[in-house]
Design a protein around this ligand. Sequence first.
Ligand code: 13P
Length: 255
Amino acid sequence: MDKKPLIIANWKMNLLLNEEVGLAKQFAVKLERFAEKAEVVVCPTHLGLIEVSKILKPTKLILGAQDMAWGENWALTGGVSAGMLKDAGARYCIVGHSERRRNLGETDDMVNKKALSAISHGLTPIICVGESLDERQAGKKEVKVISQLKAALKNIKGDQPTVISYEPIWAIGTGIPAEPSEVALMVELIHQTLVDLFPLDLIMKNFRIIYGGSIDSGNIGDFLKLRYVVGGLVGTASLNLEEFTKLVQVTKLSK
Ligand code: 13P
């Protein structure tokens, strides 16, 4: 398993196709030289996957998807399966992002089905977990994250690459990241939960834990210094070429 720092650009629903193509082309030019030191994954919309795949293919940058459906060849209107994402050139897929859990009612069970389906097709799932502000204020963040994680990992053997992204909901898109000290406690808890579920050698080999929530070039280094944090899931800052380039550059130097 590649233990380079992992930086994932999640463009969410922000760009039209020509804008995704334009930004991907600029990423290919600017970020390729850092790709020996950092693994950079770009997640466009489903509509952008094919075109962005063509742009990234000759580079060391990697294609990821923002979401997927589970199963294959069944009557799910609007669904895009893991097999389809693989076919389009994706190697990673985000599952269980809080924006989908909150706005679309995605459940732990659905996230688990997606993660299992991703793994069975050779896609690496990026499983998102994280508490809301209310849960944090009520002292329930640990319980919440452990239960999300255990549910998402149900029936997963741990023998395939899997990424866990700790993304406290209150830190997403706010410009106010979690304090590194708080992230340190939560990722330790996530690591400990993995230890409860899988043999240590499989954890070391296959699992990576990253942080997400208002990451920028000024704070990524603080998160990468933390034990257990090996990368970041980046929203807003990944839409800005200069800022994201700086962020990847800092990453290369930080871990
Ligand atoms: P921001 O970087 O905009 O806070 O978004 C984080 C996120 O949700 C990444 O998936």
